[in-house]
Design a protein. Structure first.
Length: 208
């Protein structure tokens, strides 16, 4: 996902669940970091899954319900690597590979996805309670919620370049500071800077 003003963010709705289509950063990340929560306005433009054949809605067992390109006039909007959507489909929480997070309400027109409102961009905090500053420290990638919801709870966040997994308590106002870590296996030392832990998932049952 590109960083910079008015960059698009695709938000397709497949079946009855909202799914954020998130790609890699294709442009330079912001040279500075957010120092506090900042409200932003997000503009939504409807899109089709197949632009050449907009009537094409069914793809095997999946039915494309609708999609949006999202734009915000902020260099901190974009580069989203992971997200969580609350069970009701009314709000989302996403983290950026530039060390920030996005919280927003998902709006609908009936059952049709309409856009995002009440969007807040804010920095991910380090152990010192301050925003992550160094590029090698703020490259956040994976984020499973282990309790709570998109408004407040706890998440594990994986970072690459400076490879690590940290436990993050969060509220509607702040994401962190972290209060724990997950030890990585010795093999992690051989991971390249940009080939770290891109995704995380919590396994609640079974041998793992």
């Amino acid at each position: 996902m590109r960083h910079g003003p008015r960059r698009p963010l695709a938000l397709p709705l497949v079946l009855a669940a909202a799914v954020l289509a998130i790609g890699p950063a294709l442009a330079g990340k912001p040279s500075s970091v957010l120092d506090q929560p900042t409200r932003t306005t997000i503009t939504a433009i409807p899109i089709d899954f197949d632009r050449d054949h907009p009537e094409h809605k069914e793809f095997g067992k999946l039915v494309f319900r609708g999609g949006l390109n999202l734009f915000a006039n902020s260099s901190y909007f974009g580069g989203y690597s992971a997200l969580a959507i609350d069970p009701s489909g009314k709000s989302l929480l996403a983290i950026s590979d530039a060390g920030s997070w996005l919280k927003a309400t998902i709006d609908y027109d009936g059952r049709k996805l309409k856009g995002l409102s009440g969007a807040v961009l804010s920095p991910i905090l380090g152990k010192d309670g301050k925003p992550l500053l160094e590029d090698a420290d703020r490259d956040s990638e994976g984020m499973p919620l282990i309790d709570g919801n998109t408004e407040a709870g706890t998440a594990y966040v994986s970072f690459e370049r400076n490879h690590r997994i940290l436990r993050y308590p969060f509220t509607a106002e702040s994401f962190g500071p972290p209060d724990g870590t997950v030890p990585l296996p010795p093999e992690s030392k051989r991971m390249d800077a940009n080939r770290g832990i891109e995704a995380l998932a919590e396994i609640r049952t079974g041998k793992l």
